[in-house]
Ligand binder design. Structure first.
Ligand SMILES: Cc1ncc(COP(=O)(O)O)c(C=O)c1O
Length: 375
């Protein structure tokens, strides 16, 4: 068999995962269908309770939402921050982080990242705080947590809210504390390719504050006080019962899947670091969950073409920083010096990582990569 014809290695293998849990998924979907309980109902309550409990919180502190974008938007909206106030976020993130801030009526201000682990740099955040700043929105990018000690200290000093965009960080920890539980609110995406992925769109807000939790629950359900009484203008951003049922099954596997991802990252790290490549270097407080495995190269196009020729998928998360996106670039939003963000956008490449990847597949990726990649 020539290399070109060898079995494809995907970036993330949703089919392999589905085959593993197929027998558990079918009955829970059937149950929702039999009950015709498509909105709210027992599947949603069970998933909220289990996700909340796993994070040391109660069911009332975990609010299922329609996706990660709506979760973050709702969390900001219910906080009643001054309209037009500034929220500091990294530019090195998925577009939705800035989108949510704008949808909530606030203004994004972009801070640079730490070159070691690509999370927002607290010192760069500090330099951007003004009297118009109302919040900080760190992103636990690739499943590694931002420096929550420094960011929370800054927030306390300046009386700012903290929203943790934990869309990529299911079960990640900082000093043993789980992502999404250290700020005022933490928001999750269950987009299918995420470490905990639905079979469609879904999301979640976690918050230890009961008043915020109650407001979010109301906001995402048309501002309802009861079935026919609406005491605020809300939206329809509820999680779907079928998705909640699927997610509750997958949640039971998440600790094992997370450990498997860490082992894959370790296998890549041990070879790539030794060869001098720059990989994610998490600080000791952080226990990342490797939503993506990132390595820097100086000849990305060449590496991507070589991997493609060997039937190996790879990606770039993300090639265009958010501040430079066509929708935002001319809007005049403030930013600090974004030299790390700009530099790494041209250098990073995401290699296949998923719990089911085999030792042989890892070796194939490494061999193909090392054949062409330049420091
Ligand atoms: C960092 C980050 N924030 C927000 C989102 C938005 O989540 P969703 O796609 O579920 O709306 C994502 C998901 O792609 C993400 O990776």
């Amino acid at each position: 068999m020539t290399a070109k014809n060898s079995t494809p290695i995907p970036l993330c293998d949703l089919k392999a995962q589905y085959q593993q849990i197929k027998g558990e998924i079918a009955p829970v979907i059937q149950k929702v269908l039999d009950d015709c309980s498509f909105i709210k109902g027992p599947a949603v309550s069970a998933f909220e309770e289990n996700f909340g409990t796993l994070h040391g919180l109660g069911a009332e502190n975990a609010i299922g939402c329609s996706n990660g974008t709506s979760a973050l938007t709702a969390a900001i909206i219910v906080s009643d921050l001054p309209k037009g106030s500034e929220i500091i976020l990294p530019s090195h993130t998925f577009f939705a982080t800035a989108e949510s801030i704008l949808l909530a009526g606030c203004v994004p201000v972009f801070a640079d990242i730490d070159p070691r682990d690509y999370t927002i740099d607290p010192e760069k955040v500090a330099a951007l705080v003004t009297e118009n700043t109302s919040a900080i929105c760190p992103v636990h990018i690739y499943g590694g947590m931002a420096d929550m000690d420094a960011l929370n200290a800054l927030a306390e000093k300046h009386d700012l809210k903290v929203y943790e965009d934990s869309a990529q960080a299911h079960l990640a920890t900082w000093n043993g504390h789980m992502a999404g539980t250290l700020g005022d609110a933490g928001t999750y995406s269950f987009y299918p390719g995420k470490n905990l992925g639905a079979y469609g769109d879904a999301g979640m807000v976690l918050t230890k504050h009961k008043d915020i939790a109650d407001k979010i629950r109301k906001y995402i359900d048309h501002g309802r006080q009861d079935k026919y009484r609406h005491d605020m203008i809300g939206d329809n951003l509820r999680i779907d019962s079928l998705q909640a049922a699927v997610l509750d099954v997958k949640l039971r596997h998440l600790p094992d899947w997370t450990e498997a991802r860490r082992q894959v990252a370790k296998a890549y790290d041990s070879v790539l670091k030794e060869k001098g490549f720059k990989v994610i270097l998490p600080p000791e407080q952080s226990n990342p969950v490797y939503h993506q495995y990132i390595v820097e190269v100086s000849n990305r196009d060449e590496v991507m073409a070589a991997l493609k020729a060997q039937n190996i998928a790879c990606g770039v998360h993300y090639p265009i920083p958010v501040h430079a996106q066509p929708a935002l670039i001319d809007k005049g939003f403030k930013s600090g010096d974004l030299s790390v963000t700009t530099l790494i956008a041209d250098r990073i490449i995401s290699l296949p990582i998923f719990p089911e990847i085999t030792e042989d597949q890892i070796q194939r990726v490494l061999t193909a990569f090392l054949d062409v990649a330049k420091l």
